[in-house]
Ligand binder design. Structure first.
Ligand code: PGA
Length: 257
């Protein structure tokens, strides 16, 4: 069985020390007894160090929202994986649709970052997903297939199992429009099938695939119940300790069933 994994992606929120500390303190108390679910919080860079230090004695692991694929040099504004490692950051979100759409990150760039993250023992959460027009034109599976081919290019079995994939239909992100559990499961099982063809069944069965896009306490359980949905990447609802905790509890309930 794959352990469910819930990630809170704070995006460009809670980046001042006071706000971040306040949030993580509350969350640490709430999730104290949860052991059946991996819990990740990805705050802005400005508070990574303090979040790593505060969460050290808790069951929360800290992730970055992005990184560059070079370790140092003339890359103004970028953050090196070496810096993240030196802080004790364990996870890194790569290829989020906001990075792809707003900052024009390509599959090729995400692939370079992914290989670097794995080589540095940072656990990557790699995002893929289709736009609304692509879904409406029946192109979802084609888009997903190409994203897997290009983003995971040259990745060996032992590398892919270290990655978490987040399927995030872009039309569901921050819109309040969640994919139905059936819509999500259809694509999650397609992703697993694609991994099976690319690698093998054993490898495909090991990779955790999170759903992301308007997860809320009210829809979390039905999504996580699906056979191929191994938890979620949560944006908006991760900004409040209470709502993130409700989502984590939904995953915990399913894990303990
Ligand atoms: P959302 O964001 O939960 O606010 O839709 C999810 C994400 O972008 O990871």
């Amino acid at each position: 069985m794959r352990k469910l994994i819930i990630g809170g992606n704070w995006k460009m929120n809670l980046g001042s020390p006071a706000d971040a500390k306040n949030m993580i303190k509350k969350l640490m108390i709430l999730v104290k007894k949860i052991s059946s679910v991996d819990i990740i919080v990805a705050p802005p860079f400005t508070v990574l160090e303090s979040m790593v230090n505060m969460a050290k004695k808790s069951n929360i692991k800290i992730g970055a929202q992005n990184m560059y694929f070079e370790e140092k040099g003339a890359f103004t504004g970028e953050v090196s994986p070496t810096f993240l490692k030196s802080l004790g950051v364990e996870y890194v979100i790569l290829g989020h649709s906001e990075r792809r759409d707003i900052f024009k990150e390509s599959d090729d760039l995400v692939n370079k970052k992914l290989k670097k993250a794995i080589s540095m023992q940072l656990s990557p959460i790699v995002c893929i997903g289709e736009h609304l027009d692509e879904r409406e034109n029946g192109k979802t599976k084609e888009i997903i297939f190409n994203q897997i081919e290009n983003t995971f290019k040259d990745l060996q079995k032992e590398d892919i199992i270290k990655s978490v994939i987040a399927y995030e239909p872009i039309w569901a992100i921050g819109t309040g429009k969640t994919a139905t559990p059936e819509q999500a499961e259809e694509i999650h099982s397609y992703i697993r099938e694609t991994l099976m063809k690319k690698y093998d069944k054993e490898t495909a069965d090991l990779v955790r695939i999170q759903y992301g896009g308007s997860i809320k306490p009210t829809n979390a359980e039905d999504l996580f119940k699906q056979k191929n949905i191994d938890g979620g990447l949560v944006g908006g609802a991760s900004l409040q300790a209470d709502s993130l905790f409700e989502i984590i509890k939904a995953a915990d309930k399913i894990s303990n069933n």
